[in-house]
Design a protein around this ligand. Structure first.
Ligand code: NAD
Length: 247
């Protein structure tokens, strides 16, 4: 994988899957914009690790659910590196509850970050990618967006929506050499899944043919492939990284 000279922007890159994606893209030679929203120390640690890979990092605070901040993030990337080649929409949150008990605020928060956030950054990034006639957009969806999950109607709706966004934008911008794909992770060991109770984890592992939970690096490897030249003829796809969970 050779991404020398390319610029990648990864949202929610201060930990978990976003961190692993930022590092693998840096190791492939891309300069990386490390977006964070709350934890500047964690963001700085990732930016430092990116720098140790021999490329440049830009640490930038932005809440992607806010159109102005998402646009500011993209503009900062272009101002710093002069281009934006790769956008990874990774930022995401959960606010789980059964539908009957779900507060409006929990529905709105998850849709705002997980779906509208990706729209906000994509719209801003496309202005530059269309001019450059080059781009790779990779949206981190979830197998929950394909299968649904009791207690996660808001999350499933947002992640399914992200798949619709992926396919529609892929059709809109394909003629300009911009690919748009979605990655659908299964159960990946991160702080997001740390909070699940042991009985839920036991039930889930029984459903995974490969018999283990995934790692952020399992997901990052696919993102790096989709960001590179080997994936030039792949667009509008949803690819699961789930140990076979959604077969
Ligand atoms: P995580 O909670 O460790 O990381 C999510 C990141 O998004 C955090 O750094 C957080 O600060 C950031 N973020 C949240 N709101 C933001 C906002 N408004 N603006 C900018 N950044 C924001 O979770 P993770 O497991 O690393 O998840 C990363 C992505 O992968 C998410 O979209 C998640 O839905 C998806 N995913 C995770 C799993 C899993 O099993 N962990 C499975 C499928 C999909």
């Amino acid at each position: 994988m050779n991404l020398d000279g390319k610029t990648a922007l990864v949202t929610g890159a201060s930990r978990g899957i976003g961190r692993a994606v930022a590092l693998v893209l840096a190791q492939a030679g891309a300069n990386v914009v490390v977006n964070y929203v709350h934890n500047v120390q964690a963001g700085q640690a990732v930016a430092d690790e990116v720098g140790r890979a021999g490329v440049r990092a830009l640490l930038f605070k932005a809440d992607v659910s806010r159109p102005d901040e998402a646009a500011g993030l993209v503009e900062a990337a272009v101002a710093e590196f002069g281009r934006l080649d790769i956008l990874v929409n990774n930022a995401g949150i959960t606010r789980d509850n059964l539908v009957l008990r779900m507060a409006d605020t929990d529905w709105d928060a998850v849709l705002s970050v997980n779906l509208k956030g990706a729209f906000n950054t994509t719209r801003a990034a496309l202005r530059h990618m269309l001019k450059a006639r080059y781009g790779r957009i990779i949206n981190i969806s979830s197998i929950i967006g394909l299968r649904g999950n009791a207690g996660q109607a808001n999350y499933a709706a947002a992640k399914a929506g992200l798949i619709g966004l992926t396919k529609s934008v892929a059709r809109e911008v394909g003629s300009r050499n911009i690919t748009v794909n979605a990655v659908a992770p299964g159960f990946i060991l991160t702080e997001m899944t740390d909070k699940l109770p042991q009985d839920v984890r036991n039930r889930m592992i029984a459903e995974i043919p490969l018999g283990r939970f995934g790692t952020p690096e399992d997901v990052a490897a696919l993102v790096a492939f989709l960001a590179g030249d080997s994936a030039a003829y792949i667009t509008g796809q949803v690819i699961a990284v789930d140990g076979g969970m959604a077969i």
